[in-house]
Design a protein around this ligand. Structure first.
Ligand code: LLP
Length: 386
């Protein structure tokens, strides 16, 4: 076993595959629960979009978190893993009728509604079932996040949420609809956020909105600030557990909750990111004109983040102790963007070596595709292998 990887077991398995260290996941969950638990009214939902592996979901559910879903498929996956419907929230700009009906049938806790037409459809579908749908409005707070442009969601130019100007009108409309119960407001400004000042800016915006609502004698029971807390991709071993303490205390300090209000969080990456690695075999070491390539059997179909967001994942040769050399680490896909990283320093690589791409527990396995008719990677937990 090198580091915390069961290498002998790995050698028996077909690569590439995802490996989830359940100790790391448990420790992360313990930390989240303990720190959120310092505030009696904080409720953490796990953002299923980050990783819907059934075994991972089950571990998270056992700790008592809720589930944040963005599709009917995710609602199903959450229910299958045992999340109580009373702890499921359902967001997304384009909910199809069948997805709304499914969520109504389960009596989920709350729809995070993103437009007037969506509100009207939910009202009609709930009426047809003789039900009342609980909703929160996702407000686009026009607050930026210091992160990659593709994962910023809270700017006015983004497709997400209801604009600040339209908020009052939408709430007024909701209050007239018989099959709608208005619970509160929902926000999400982006992902992989490490600068707490972004969450301070969101808190301040929410304070302004709450003051406005109060002036109109509208009181709400729930505020949902979404997710977005980032992880340390450069130094996973040094920072295995994200800084939940700063995260929760930032909100505690800056967001003025009214008595009895619950504050909801939808954390994805921070919960599952560091527990996962993509494990791959080296197929070939190829000498180029002025560099060498380590060609892996994993590619952008297994982990698309480097190709899509220029994301960095720490790469380790977990089966070599030889002196380090520099490699461009690439996959087998017929696309020139199928590069995991360039000029990476790795212990000398040879055919058959096992390579770990770290911090791949979030938005890894779940974003895999079968492009090039490739098989989807399997996901194993350490509990299964050790
Ligand atoms: N809530 C909402 C409404 C969201 O849209 C998201 C993520 C989350 C919660 C969870 O955010 P987290 O805590 O994981 O940052 N595929 C990209 C990330 C896309 C995030 C989409 N929304 C990546 O690989 O970086």
């Amino acid at each position: 076993m090198k580091g915390s990887f069961p290498i002998d077991k790995f050698r028996e398995l077909r690569t590439p595959f995802y490996y989830y260290d359940t100790d790391v996941l448990q420790k992360t969950l313990d930390d989240v629960c303990a720190l959120a638990g310092n505030y009696y009214n904080y409720e953490v939902h796990y953002a299923v979009k980050a990783n819907a592996n059934h075994k991972v979901l089950s571990i998270i559910r056992e700790k008592g978190l809720g589930a944040d879903c963005v599709s009917g498929g995710e609602v199903r996956a959450a229910v299958k893993a045992g999340f109580p419907a009373s702890k499921i929230v359902f967001a997304g700009v384009g909910k199809a009728d069948w997805e709304i009906n499914l969520a109504l049938d389960y009596d989920i806790f709350c729809f995070n509604v993103e437009s007037v037409p969506e509100l009207q459809v939910i009202n009609e579908l709930a009426a047809a079932k003789g039900k009342v749908a609980s909703v929160a409005f996702r407000i686009n707070p026009n607050v930026g996040a210091h992160t990659h442009a593709n994962i910023t969601t809270g700017l006015a130019e983004n497709k997400f949420g209801i604009s600040l100007e339209d908020m009052d009108g939408v709430i007024d409309l909701a209050l007239t609809l018989k099959n709608i119960k208005f619970l509160g407001l929902h926000f999400h400004i982006g992902s992989q956020i490490l600068d707490m000042s972004d969450f301070v800016a969101l808190s301040k915006r929410i304070n302004e909105l709450q003051d406005k609502l109060e002036a109109r004698q509208i009181s709400i029971g729930h505020i949902n600030v979404g997710g977005g807390l980032g992880i340390d991709y450069k130094n996973p071993n040094g920072n295995l557990i994200p800084d939940f303490k700063s995260y929760f205390s930032t909100y505690a300090e800056h967001l003025k909750l009214r008595p009895g209000q619950a504050l909801h969080f939808e954390l994805g990456r921070a919960i599952v990111g560091q527990c996962g690695s993509l494990i791959s075999r080296v197929l070939y070491v190829k000498q180029g004109a002025n560099k060498q390539f380590a060609i892996l059997d994993a590619g952008m179909t297994d982990l698309i983040r480097p190709a899509l967001y220029q994301a960095h994942h720490k790469i380790e040769n977990i089966t070599s102790e030889e002196a380090a050399e520099k490699y461009d680490v690439v996959g087998p896909i017929c696309e020139s963007s199928d590069v995991f990283d360039k000029a990476v320093s790795l212990n000398k690589v040879k055919r058959g070596d096992l390579i770990a791409l770290r911090s791949a527990g979030a938005y890894g396995e779940i974003m895999a595709s079968s492009y090039n008719c490739r098989e989807l990677p399997h996901g194993y937990t350490s509990a299964e292998l050790i």
